[in-house]
Design a protein. Structure first.
Length: 71
């Protein structure tokens, strides 16, 4: 599970003043949910969007290769 930190929800980058803490704090970006007899790794947005973010691509690869469905 990936959750935005309550004390510092943003480490770098642009955010809209006043709304960052309101909308990001404590929210979930990725989680594992039960579905039937298995599990689903759910992301709040596309972690592979345009192949731009390398860090989220690694999160996706870890979810596929080492995810909750692995015995």
């Amino acid at each position: 599970m990936v959750v935005f930190n309550e004390k510092a929800p943003v480490l770098s980058g642009f955010t809209w003043p006043g709304n960052t803490e309101k909308f990001l704090t404590g929210s979930v970006w990725a989680s594992v949910e039960r579905a039937g007899r298995g599990n689903v790794v759910a992301f709040a947005e596309n972690p592979l969007f345009r192949g731009f973010w390398r860090g989220t691509a690694m999160l996706f690869a870890n979810a596929v290769l080492f995810g909750a469905g692995r015995p």
